[in-house]
Design a protein around this ligand. Structure first.
Ligand SMILES: O=C(O)c1ccccc1N[C@@H]1O[C@H](COP(=O)(O)O)[C@@H](O)[C@H]1O
Length: 230
């Protein structure tokens, strides 16, 4: 177990026995296949047009439908209308939506009512107000904590993870923000309440949206995940 859950967190039996790994910002077929072979728990696809990792026309539903079922497909959206998120999720067979903008608790609830699972992302800075998360607690499957930066996500910035020592809610969360292979050893030993997984993105790229499978493998190796080979 990678976490020490406080009394208000999910019961230990609800938490995975190892850190979940999401690799985000996948676009083209070659690196998608190579990274999927490394058996991440989630693969993320950016549906925010302003992102350099925007899937655009490069990603086809066929490409996603070819992924193994054990890999959860996550669509990342920034302030997109519910109907658009839902239609995209349906078209690409997404399991999760990651909401990386100013989406409300009501929108999280609406999307969850359609059967999608919801990850709500928050940018963490100094003096982060955990109370602001309260209205989201009943409507999200996971939270995701990322660094604040000029863009809504994908900034490649690491925040001070010690802020999360005071995490007070029962919703499990993923840690994101500028994670690179050299962080793996530290991440592996993090003891933060509620932490169940990590999200890897720009720190593992050859170019925006093109992941380097060797760097992904190196991170998984550093986490001590067996079977992760380049
Ligand atoms: O990656 C992007 O371009 C992006 C754009 C808009 C919203 C979210 C985005 N990515 C998410 O950002 C975090 C942190 O990424 P990084 O490691 O700092 O590059 C991660 O959760 C991505 O899913």
């Amino acid at each position: 177990m990678q976490t020490s859950a406080p009394s208000q967190s999910a019961a230990p039996s609800d938490l995975p026995s190892r850190l979940l790994v999401k690799v985000c910002g996948m676009r083209e077929a070659a690196s998608l296949t190579a990274v999927a072979d490394l058996e991440p728990d989630f693969l993320g696809f950016i549906f925010a047009p302003a992102s350099p990792r925007y899937v655009g026309d490069v990603l086809t539903p066929d490409l996603l439908q070819g992924l193994p079922d054990r890999v959860q497909r996550v669509g990342v959206f920034v302030d997109a209308p519910t109907a658009q998120v839902q239609a995209t999720a349906c078209r690409f067979g997404l399991n999760f939506v990651q909401l990386h903008g100013h989406e409300t608790p009501a929108q999280c609830a609406e999307l969850r009512a359609t059967g999608l699972r919801v990850i709500k992302a928050f940018g963490v800075g100094e003096g982060f107000d955990f109370d602001a998360l309260g209205p989201y607690v009943l409507h999200c499957d996971y939270f995701l904590f990322d660094a604040q930066g000029p863009a809504p996500g994908g900034n490649g910035r690491v925040f001070d993870w010690r802020v999360l020592e005071n995490y007070p809610w029962p919703v499990p969360y993923l840690l994101a923000g500028g994670l690179r292979p050299e962080h793996a050893a530290v991440v592996r030993n993090l003891q933060l309440p509620g932490l169940v997984g990590i999200d890897l993105n720009s720190g593992l790229e050859i170019a925006p949206g093109v992941k380097d499978p060797a760097r992904v493998a190196a991170f998984l190796d550093g986490l001590g995940r067996p079977g992760a080979a380049a």
